[in-house]
Design a binder for this molecule. Sequence first.
Ligand SMILES: C=C1C=NC(C(F)(F)F)=NC1=N
Ligand SMILES: [Mg+2]
Length: 214
Amino acid sequence: MKQMLSLYFVMGSVDCTKDPLAVLDEAIEGGITMFQFREKGKGALKGVEKYRLAEKLLERCRARNIPFIVNDDVELAIALQADGVHVGQEDEAAERVRDRIGNKYLGVSVHNLTEVKKALAAHADYVGLGPIFPTVSKEDAKQACGLTMIKHIRAHEKHVPLVAIGGITQQTAKPVIEAGADGIAVISAICRAEHICEQTKRLYEIVMRTKQKG
Ligand SMILES: C=C1C=NC(C(F)(F)F)=NC1=N
Ligand SMILES: [Mg+2]
């Protein structure tokens, strides 16, 4: 699980300035280790259109053995036979989701140590901690919690697979891993890059080198 979390690309059509399939292809080329389909916000696709896009993105991931996670929409994840689901504190309770998805991956969004413990009690496979820095990708994001929260949680839960999210860029990836995250989850850092494949490679290199240093 910790390996998979290294470079976790989160994306929906709303985040892309060009064809989401092309964006994903380049990101996969650049070395992402996990993908989350997060179709949310103003202008997000719904129903059949959402399903069709998810199917195509899933195919891309399957072809390259990249785990495909669906954000929020448990029905969609089950219908697609996705590799897992990611839910927030305000989504369906993680215990319920775990019952419905069996041993697929279950990720839970957390903002503090209490929520980490709750997620572990619900048998989550990993937690997404954030926003670490102010984010442009989520309208209702909470206050940024900074590197301190990563250190605090890691000090109390040494082994929990933890990916950090929220405003993480090439400049801040290293300190985030050094603070104790097993990986970084990014939206804009990849979606808004001029050259998506090169930018993804850069992020991958930074994360993997920093993780090796231990
Ligand atoms: C709100 C979120 C928090 N964390 C994550 C991830 F980093 F991928 F685990 N994804 C989300 N959609
Ligand atoms: Mg959610």
